[in-house]
Unconditional design. Structure first.
Length: 469
């Protein structure tokens, strides 16, 4: 029998890392988003209720399918890294899985006030927030691990700050809530936890992790999923498998995905890595098959992993400008976040389809500048047919810049679907982009690549106007 270790920091709370950096603070990010407007997204109907499940799909509060593309952030261990939410959003994620503590382990308890702040920040950063209790990890095998009943007690203790947030928050009842011993108990414990949550009045989409440290190599969750789904009086439960060394084979990944599709039940990959236990995980297959099947995923983890698993850090030292090899796989690979993530429509506007399209008088293929204090250009970084990725460069012409605002108008039907490292406002074909603080400065006479985006077809590079602010 394979013994699968808990991912990340284990029994001791890690030392908080302290460093100064010029990245955007959480408060500034929230203000910028409030002042700058909303992302350009597909039209959405008026928001009603919260997330729901339809067959294999997670449906957002506007009735649109939502596919998670994101990462995990260990908030309970790194409370000084609150800016991570904005950084994760700027890197293109549409979801963040947040590690909370319920008080049974050595890392403490995430208070109701802290959780309220996290939820507010996620909303400000246009991230769907999937909250999880980490104390349950490896129950029955890990010393001191909390039971699912104890996790439910915790959720009940902070219920007041979660009520009304059903359109923005999913509740992952307990992380990896069973080890490899006596795993038959997982089924009844999971059903009971769901029923207790519903009896307490929780209407959120509930997320349940598999046993076997999340990897379900005994297929307890796979085989018991219909019974678990039926135990939810609201029919609103989402299943989560964690894929590490059990999933070194591409076919193993495909078979697991296919089994849930055949049952018409919803599945996400709640965690996965590139290497674990000294073995290579089939992460490219996880991403490509998830993209083909509309399955959400949340890669582990943004930063702060402990000794021996540092390779699972996606950025070095919580610095988003230092993507690791794994981080590049998560954020910038062909099926990574920046090429596949779409924001939940609860954060989007509903553009008027009758808005006129303004065609620039200059040649839209030149990417040349209009008059201003600076110049800017859009170039095509990649084009995959159904969409494309652009990067934007700003040049300081007459004086150094300490802030910039760019405007342009798309020709035709091109629209931004996601972006990172800029505050974007869009109305019809018109776009305004401003810096997010850390990327505001450009020395005189120099050029700087300042942000990127994904867009719908056709790929185009319009004339961009740059203004110093």
């Amino acid at each position: 029998m394979v013994t699968l270790m808990e991912i990340g920091i284990r029994d001791a709370a890690p030392a908080r890392r302290r460093r100064l950096r010029a990245w955007l603070t959480a408060a500034t990010a929230a203000l910028a988003l409030a002042a700058g407007g909303l992302w350009q997204l597909a039209p959405a109907s008026a928001q009603q209720g919260g997330f729901s499940i339809e067959g294999t799909q997670l449906i957002d509060a506007n009735g649109n399918p939502f596919v998670m593309r994101g990462t995990s952030h260990a908030d309970v261990w790194y409370q000084g890294e609150f800016a991570s939410y904005g950084e994760i959003s700027d890197l293109g994620a549409n979801t963040v899985r947040v590690v909370l503590g319920s008080g049974q382990r050595g890392w403490g308890t995430s208070s109701a006030d802290r959780v309220a702040d996290i939820v507010a920040e996620c909303k400000a950063q246009q991230l769907i927030c999937m909250l999880e209790v980490h104390d349950t990890t490896g129950y029955g095998e890990q010393s001191g691990a909390a039971s699912l009943d104890q996790a439910v007690d915790y959720w009940q203790s902070i219920q007041s700050v979660l009520e009304g947030e059903e359109a923005y928050v999913l509740i992952n009842i307990g992380n990896e809530p069973w080890g490899n011993q006596n795993t038959s108990g997982w089924l009844d414990a999971t059903k009971s936890a769901i029923q207790q949550m519903r009896a307490s009045g929780f209407e959120h989409t509930l997320v349940v992790d598999a046993p076997n440290w999340g990897q379900d190599w005994e297929k307890r969750m796979l085989n018991g999923a219909p019974e678990v789904a039926a135990a939810d009086s609201l029919g609103n439960t989402l299943f989560s498998v964690h894929m590490y060394e059990v999933y070194t084979s591409a076919q193993t990944v495909i078979d697991y995905f296919e089994a849930f599709e055949q049952m018409n039940l919803p599945l996400i990959v709640g965690e996965y890595g590139n290497i674990h236990g000294g073995q290579n995980v089939a992460w490219q297959t996880i991403q490509s098959e998830a993209q083909a099947r509309g399955i959400g995923w949340l890669a582990w983890s943004y930063s702060g992993n402990g000794s021996g698993v540092e390779h699972l850090d996606q950025v070095t030292g919580f610095n988003p400008s230092q993507l690791t090899t794994w981080g590049q796989g998560v954020f910038t690979s062909a099926n990574g976040i920046q090429n596949t993530a779409e924001r939940a429509t609860v954060f989007g506007d509903d553009p008027d389809p009758t808005d006129p399209v303004t065609t620039p008088t200059d040649d839209p293929t030149t990417g040349g500048p209009a008059e201003g204090d600076c110049t800017a250009a859009i170039t095509i970084a990649s084009d995959w047919g159904s969409g494309w990725q652009g990067k934007v460069t700003v040049t300081a012409t007459d004086a150094a810049l300490d802030g910039w605002k760019l405007t342009w108008t798309w020709a035709g039907s091109t629209r931004i679907t996601s972006s990172w490292n800029a505050t974007i406002t869009a109305s019809g074909a018109g776009v305004t982009a401003t810096d997010v603080g850390w990327n505001a400065a450009v020395p005189v006479g120099q050029s700087r690549e300042v942000f990127g985006f994904n867009a719908s077809t056709p790929a185009a590079t319009p004339v961009v106007t740059c203004e110093a602010i």
